[in-house]
Write a protein that binds this ligand. Structure first.
Ligand code: F6R
Length: 366
């Protein structure tokens, strides 16, 4: 049942190239230069009339929502707010009929997300679901939606659900960008071509596995980790930290790299491993200077870099390479080594990777 892998989590990490292909199927039509998402087509008027998009979700799905904020705003120029479902539903939020709410949930059963959807609907918003489990409560409660098609995710720590959520949200953003005319047809086509290469690039990113294992072995006894990223990769830093916390029980924090100097930099000493996502493009020089700040305080630097990178390699203690891509698509690649790092550390510490303590696969209580 684990297909030769020791844990469901590892199996699911390795399933990502195929899972993303499944998410593309029938939707990313490269020869026609078209994206087809029935739930979006059928409700195009509502999307085009939307003053803003409000994303509601929890945990890893919330991180996918944060990535989508950067993507929707950049490509489709629609303002996006990303909300923890649990905060949103209890806040008396301002919601109008001109809002489109996107609810993201792997299980489709998360109680807080479901309650946020009901609230948004009662105030007249159009609610679109991005779920993995077909026929789940959230899939049924939403007005329309698009499934991620990641296949069953058994490991409690979400992996392939995250990357396929980002994939669906990227397809949505591109489709809306085309409809709104916020990107040209040639840019659109270029994005489709780049998107189509992602499954192979995820495969390539997975080849870092044995080197990530070496790094895991060096830092497995650290009691704290910091994860830093900027732009599209800031939410990936949050997700990397969450994965480590969940399954290895090591305290970790994710931060936007530039926020470090406003507090967390005080934590840095020779005991502190800092994972920095520093891919080319995307504020690269700024991230390099953030790395210098860490280095001068003797922090240990694990850089996630674009293949062939030289600058970060000179400064960092370790670098893990991912293939080059469009900046907005890099989260699908930079996430991979972070999943592997948390997995290997947890295994080395003898933790129950697939069923970490205190956690459940779907949180149906509030
Ligand atoms: C993290 C994790 C949780 C879930 C969260 C939302 O690995 O599994 O943080 O992401 O409970 O769950 P769904 O997506 O099912 O609504």
């Amino acid at each position: 049942e684990k297909g030769g892998y020791n844990h469901f989590m590892l199996k699911e990490i390795y399933e990502q190239p195929d899972a993303i292909l499944d998410t593309f199927r029938g939707r990313l039509l490269i020869n026609d230069a078209v994206i087809k998402l029935a739930g979006v087509e059928d409700n195009m008027k509502k999307f085009l009339a939307a003053d803003r998009i409000i994303v509601v979700a929890c945990g890893t799905s919330w991180h996918a929502g944060l990535v989508s904020e950067y993507i929707f705003e950049d490509l489709a120029r629609i303002p996006v707010e990303v909300e923890y479902a649990s905060e949103f539903r209890y806040r008396n939020p301002v919601i109008t009929e001109k809002d489109v709410v996107i609810a993201i949930s792997q299980s489709g059963e998360t109680a807080d997300t479901l309650a946020a959807i009901k609230l948004a609907k009662s105030r007249g918003a159009f609610v679109f679901g991005v779920c993995n489990v077909v026929g789940s409560s959230i899939a049924r409660e939403t007005d329309a939606g698009a499934y991620t098609h990641a296949g069953p995710e058994i490991g409690v720590a979400s992996t392939k659900a995250f990357t396929t959520q980002i994939t669906v949200l990227t397809l949505m953003a591109l489709r809306l960008a085309r409809a709104k005319g916020t990107i040209s047809s040639s840019e659109f086509r270029h994005h489709l071509i780049e998107l189509e290469t992602i499954p192979d690039k995820v495969k390539e990113a997975l080849e870092s596995d044995s080197y990530v294992q070496t790094i895991a072995n060096i830092y497995k006894d650290a009691t704290n980790f910091l994860y830093l990223g900027r732009g599209f990769n800031f939410p990936v830093a949050l997700e990397g930290a969450l994965k480590l916390k969940e399954i290895s029980y090591i305290h970790a924090e994710g931060y936007p790299a530039a926020e470090m100097k406003h507090g967390p930099i005080a934590l840095i000493d020779e005991q502190m491993p800092v994972v920095v996502i520093a891919t080319k493009k995307g504020h690269y020089e700024k991230v390099v200077s953030n790395i210098q700040e860490i280095k001068s305080r003797k922090g240990k630097i694990i850089g996630i870099v674009t293949k062939g990178d030289k600058n970060v390699r000179e400064l960092a203690d370790h670098v893990i390479e991912v293939p080059e891509s469009l900046e907005c698509l890099t989260p699908l690649l930079t996430t991979i080594p972070l999943q592997l790092l948390s997995y290997h550390i947890a295994v080395m510490l003898g933790k129950n990777v697939d069923q970490p303590r205190n956690l459940a696969k779907s949180v149906t209580v509030e």
